[in-house]
Write a protein that binds this ligand. Structure first.
Ligand SMILES: Cc1cc2nc3c(=O)[nH]c(=O)nc-3n(C[C@H](O)[C@H](O)[C@H](O)COP(=O)(O)OP(=O)(O)OC[C@H]3O[C@@H](n4cnc5c(N)ncnc54)[C@H](O)[C@@H]3O)c2cc1C
Length: 385
């Protein structure tokens, strides 16, 4: 079995290293920091996981396997990683969010219910909705603990024999004419049979020549103190949710109270126009950030209008269609690329590690990956490296 290098050991890279090492491959993994860390896309204590996928029903088979693998990781590590709370996708009856979520739920026979505005108000009084709004309630939605997931994936990968190098940035990679690869890090140059690049928001830099249309955006997440009865925010009373806002505004999403009362309740906006670079992103919280989120909360969840207890920035790496890029490099078959997770990748980390391990070892993945093709973007074939 050959040597495989993984550049980037965040959500996707840690899972990939685990799958490859588990299959007996020699794995060399590099990260510029020591994951889990808070400079990329995988921090902040919670990530939504759901199956009634409004983004595209083709994600659902991957999600079935993702759930299975998260549960397996829990068994293997003895850690509690995935918490089911149920999920609400809330929006206009004629809007995309509920219609598309319902289409995925129906097609894959997922346990779900479509709720009228009256039913939403009765069951979940925290949510403010107009009379003509509806919601898709999904039984199996919930949240993951991202830092713990990554920590456990790395630990399991190392126990399976992966050689993980932290604080060792990859500076350059080369696909060699004999079909192998070399990677020069800040310390040394390494040779391998295959290279997998899972560099998150740094993908535009390390995959510069591929010219993928990726843009990194600054996202802010907040934890507010509820006003009134905090018990309404506990996971047995409150599901994870995604909610449409006014036309053209990003979706609002959030979680129940997942920590102690003093941690506050997390909420965020899915997407922003604030394009940035990971090295120079403004990680301070601006008065305008708080003003806008408070306006959205007043519209959607007024009992969450207490003190702002915590806020932090995180990064999305967007593709133009918000679908992932998971593919062999168009020019070099010894290089596999996973990038552009567009703010919804974490829940897939387990299964995508398996898929990337398949691609790198010429095993046919069990899923239709057409949606994620690098070739769907214009100009990709004509790059030089
Ligand atoms: C605020 C926010 C909320 C989100 N909410 C959800 C959600 O609810 N559900 C969901 O499914 N997804 C969600 N996401 C998206 C999800 O978290 C990301 O899609 C996922 O974490 C991306 O994983 P990754 O492995 O690509 O990136 P990361 O985990 O950031 O890992 C990339 C790694 O590559 C390393 N690296 C980069 N370049 C180099 C180099 N040259 N050499 C060595 N190492 C390098 C970095 O240091 C980093 O550790 C959210 C994202 C954000 C920011």
């Amino acid at each position: 079995m050959g040597t495989i290098i993984v550049i980037g050991l965040g959500a996707m890279g840690s899972s990939t290293a685990l799958h490859l090492a588990g299959r007996g491959h020699r794995v060399l993994g590099f990260d510029q920091f020591t994951p889990p860390h808070s400079y990329g896309s995988s921090h902040g204590q919670t990530r939504i996981i759901r199956q009634s996928y409004f983004e595209d029903p083709r994600y659902v088979p991957l999600l079935f396997r993702a759930y299975e693998l998260w549960r397996r990781l829990e068994v293997d590590t003895g850690q509690s990683l995935l918490h089911i709370t149920g999920g609400l996708m809330i929006g206009r009856a004629d809007g995309d969010l509920v219609a598309r979520s319902t289409a995925s739920a129906e097609r894959f026979l997922l346990p779900h219910e479509v709720l009228s505005a009256t039913q939403i108000r009765r069951r979940y009084p925290l949510f403010k909705v107009n009379g003509d709004w509806v919601a898709l309630w999904e039984m199996d939605a919930g949240y993951l603990h991202p830092e713990l997931c990554i920590e456990q994936q790395l630990r399991q990968a190392a126990s399976a024999g992966a050689e993980l190098h932290f604080n060792e940035p990859a500076m350059e990679w080369n696909a060699l004419p004999d079909g192998s690869v070399s990677v020069r890090t800040a310390r040394e140059t390494y040779a391998a049979d295959h290279l997998i690049i899972t560099a998150g928001s740094w993908a535009p830099q390390i995959l510069r020549e591929l010219n993928l249309p990726l843009s990194v955006t600054r996202q802010v997440v907040y934890r507010f103190e509820p006003i009134g009865n905090i018990d309404l925010f506990r996971p047995d009373r409150m599901p994870i949710y995604v909610r449409e806002m006014e036309e053209g505004q990003p979706l609002l999403y959030g979680f129940p109270l997942t920590g102690s009362n003093s941690d506050g309740v997390k909420v965020g906006l899915h997407g922003s126009d604030d394009v940035c670079f990971p090295e120079t992103v403004d990680r301070t919280i601006r008065p305008a950030d708080e003003r806008i989120i408070r306006e959205r909360i007043a519209e959607a969840l007024p009992l969450l209008s207490g003190r702002l207890l915590h806020a932090e920035t995180c990064l999305y790496t967007m593709t133009p269609d918000a679908h992932f890029v998971i593919d062999k490099h168009p020019e070099f078959s010894q290089v596999t690329v996973a990038a552009g997770f567009s703010g919804h990748g974490f829940k897939f980390a387990t299964v995508l590690g398996e898929v990337l391990a398949d691609l790198a070892t010429d095993c046919k993945p069990a899923y239709d990956l057409e949606l994620f093709s690098a070739r769907r973007f214009k100009g990709v074939q004509s790059f030089q490296h």
